[in-house]
Design a protein around this ligand. Structure first.
Ligand SMILES: [Zn+2]
Length: 311
């Protein structure tokens, strides 16, 4: 079994994962990034020891999926917005030293893409793209079982493809990025900006709540949902036109309401991608759900060091 660590801005999930993707034990703790990397590392080691104890065995490797940027070779963190103070810290070396096993580190979206490709919606799909849509948009590309990496081992940022060149300025420097137009917060911003004067909107309005209102027939929420489907579709259409994949799987919190968006998104793909066999690209929902992070981290290890059969 493999020890798996999924590092996010607010929590660290961990577990022990069998070669067939079964999660044998799962646990988590707060990331508390402001306490510094050293304390975070202590907690990570503690979670792995706990996983070994409960799963009843020694881990033979450790897979890590982390909010990025993180160098997949060295395991050194870059400037990670939601992990202040972790920049320049090496996660791989101390884990290898502590457990005496090989450690594989990946960006979390890449790890989730590998997990979904091997054990979820991407099984048997040679050219597979995974996209997660929640407070941001991220994803990974897995072709013939291998993760696609860019120059210098870089992770392509699917969420920052431009889908509306006249759209709002993103922190990345571009205007109208997919993430700014179609992640959960984009729905909230749009509803706030387009609500008739005097409308009382809840302070904690969320994409989930907007979807609930749309299902009840609220006209503004229905427009927000239509717009979500449209921009989701524009980004997917770009991926279909550029890569002609066998399948694209969609995960993340916003996709809990996929039934409200998918017809519109598929319509955009159908009408936009006429130069490629777009009808052959399956657009599916991801299957790993809440396990995507932990299973993906383990799969990142198997992909680099293990290569078990995918069945
Ligand atoms: Zn951007």
């Amino acid at each position: 079994m493999i020890g798996a660590i999924d590092i996010g801005g607010t929590k660290i999930a961990a577990g022990a994962v069998a070669p067939d993707g079964r999660i044998l034990y799962r646990t988590e703790c707060a990331t508390s990034p402001t306490q510094g990397f050293g304390r975070g590392l202590e907690r990570i080691i503690g979670l792995l020891r706990e996983s070994e104890q409960h799963a009843g065995g020694k881990i033979k490797g450790i897979g890590v999926g982390s909010t990025g940027p993180i160098d997949p070779e060295t395991g050194i963190f870059g400037t990670v917005d939601n992990l202040p103070g972790w920049k320049g810290s090496n996660l791989k070396q101390p884990l290898e030293h502590e457990f005496g096993v090989p450690v594989a580190v990946e960006n979390d979206a890449d790890a989730a893409a590998l997990g979904e490709a091997a054990w979820g919606a991407g099984r048997g799909k040679r050219r597979f793209i995974y996209v997660t849509i929640s407070t941001g948009i991220g994803g990974g590309l897995v072709f013939d079982g291998e993760l696609y990496r860019g120059v210098d081992q870089s992770h392509p940022e699917l969420g920052h493809m431009v889908v509306e060149a006249s759209g709002p300025l993103c922190y990345c420097g571009a205007h109208g990025c997919w993430e700014w137009m179609a992640a959960g917060p984009a729905m909230v911003t749009w509803v706030r900006e387009n609500a008739p004067a005097g409308t009382q909107l809840p302070v904690d309005l969320s994409a989930k709540e907007i979807c609930r209102l749309a299902e009840q027939g609220d006209p503004l929420a229905k427009k927000a949902v239509e717009r979500e489907g449209y921009y989701l579709g524009v980004g997917l259409a770009n991926l279909v036109t550029m890569y002609c994949p066998d399948a694209i799987a969609l995960g993340g919190g916003v996709m809990a309401s996929a039934h409200l968006f998918m017809d519109r998104a598929r319509e955009v793909v159908r009408t936009s991608c006429t130069l490629v066999p777009a009808e052959k690209t399956e657009i599916l929902l991801a299957r790993m759900g809440a396990d995507a992070g932990v299973a993906g981290a383990a799969r990142a290890w198997y992909n680099r060091f293990g290569k078990p059969r995918q069945s």
